[in-house]
Design a protein. Structure first.
Length: 223
């Protein structure tokens, strides 16, 4: 699978950025308490949101009109901007969704499976520089399926630190400016790598992101 290096990079970006996740979502994770079911449902809600956003971002990247270099140029600008915003060197984009706060509050206040899942979905939609930076990767990949998969890998990287917070070990993953900037550099590298794969500029990895569907289809045959 030609996009495997990018998917693994998305996982590493989530893992490195766990400190930022603790600062943004640590309280949400802790509010689920120590019950494994509640924590799992909350994380699955986040996965649902991230995968959906990844699919939308990947589809948007694949729909950019014009010659191939236009999509590559747009993806590069987005990656650099989001990485700089994550590091605190540029304004961070923000998206306001009406009613999102009330939805999260409703999910948090009910000790049942569906509300806990909704709670995770809602908190996954809250403005977060780390998520915006990670979404630059699906845009560069230019494929809805691979975009969803990349964000699923990113989500998996954020789970360990947030699970640690849920059991009361917040200090283990305390956020810091240095870690945030390290993450920004990592996301920039991963994003530029994905641009290279999409444009066929990386020798040995081959493939074009628009061929992602066939790459996924042929994965079982290659294995």
């Amino acid at each position: 699978m030609t996009a495997l290096p990018v998917l693994l990079g998305a996982f590493v970006a989530g893992l490195i950025g766990s400190a930022h996740c603790v600062g943004m979502c640590g309280a949400f994770a802790a509010s689920c308490g120590s019950r494994a079911r509640d924590g799992v449902l909350w994380h699955l809600g986040r996965l649902t949101t991230y995968a959906t956003l990844g699919a939308l971002a990947g589809g948007l990247g694949g729909a950019i009109p014009g010659p191939g270099w236009v999509g590559i140029a747009v993806s590069t600008v987005l990656i650099v901007w989001f990485a700089a915003a994550l590091a605190g060197w540029a304004p961070e984009p923000g998206v306001w969704i009406p009613g999102l706060g009330r939805l999260a509050k409703w999910g948090a206040g009910r000790n049942r499976s569906f509300p806990r899942l909704v709670y995770g979905i809602a908190t996954g939609l809250l403005p977060c520089g780390l998520v915006y930076a990670a979404l630059a990767v699906p845009v560069a990949l230019g494929s809805a399926p691979l975009g969803a998969l990349a964000m699923a890998f990113f989500w998996a990287g954020t789970v360990p630190a947030l699970a640690t917070v849920a059991v009361g070990l917040q200090k283990w993953a305390a956020p810091s400016t240095g870690r945030r900037r390290t993450l920004a550099i990592g996301v920039l590298i991963v994003g530029l790598l994905s641009v290279g794969i999409r444009g066929g500029l990386i020798p040995g990895l081959g493939g074009h992101a628009h061929d992602a569907g066939s790459a996924v289809t042929n994965t079982d045959e290659e294995m």
